[in-house]
Design a binder for this molecule. Structure first.
Ligand code: HEC
Length: 135
């Protein structure tokens, strides 16, 4: 009853109607921005996920020389990658990650067939990410 009275009297209707109009476009902009941010960040994220996937394997076989916090780590090895630096996978030159590259060649002898498949998938995704980033 009271609502009708408000409308017919020319005064603004229930407040909720006005609130909907303001929240709608605002939510749309927020969802749109979140989607755009997610897309822009998807490229580096791929590399980070792959890194996390293979980190246990790489750490257990390569950290003696390729991890700065290990006392015997070698400067020339750290120049190629340093397991203490997040983003270490992204810094390894592509030629070392390719099928015949030094990175899989050194790790594969330690990998069972399932781990080998996982390693190859991560390295392929990383190389693919770089090709896309270069375009
Ligand atoms: C005993 C020390 C040592 C260990 C362990 C080691 N590396 Fe290295 N690595 C080096 C050094 C030193 C270099 C720098 C190049 C050089 O002097 O031969 C290097 C270079 C590399 C390179 C660059 C290409 C090349 O051959 O120079 C890759 C890729 C690499 N290492 C991967 C690995 C991986 C993967 C592991 C673990 C399976 C590993 N390394 C374990 C010492 C080591």
């Amino acid at each position: 009853m009271q609502r009708d009275n408000l409308r017919s009297s020319g005064r603004p209707g229930p407040r909720i109607a006005g609130a909907d109009l303001k929240v709608g476009p605002c939510l749309f902009v927020m969802v749109l921005s979140a989607t755009l941010i997610a897309c822009v960040r998807a490229v580096p994220r791929l590399s980070a996920n792959g890194e996390v996937t293979i980190a246990p394997m790489v750490t257990s076989h390569c950290s003696d020389c390729h991890k700065r916090s290990v006392s015997d780590a070698l400067p020339n090895a750290l120049a190629v990658f340093d397991l203490d630096k997040p983003g270490w996978l992204a810094g390894i030159p592509s030629k070392h990650l390719e099928v015949e590259g030094a990175f899989p060649a050194r790790l594969l002898p330690f990998a069972d067939s399932k781990t080998a498949v996982k390693l190859r998938a991560v390295l392929d995704a990383e190389l693919q990410r770089r090709r896309q980033a270069a375009n």
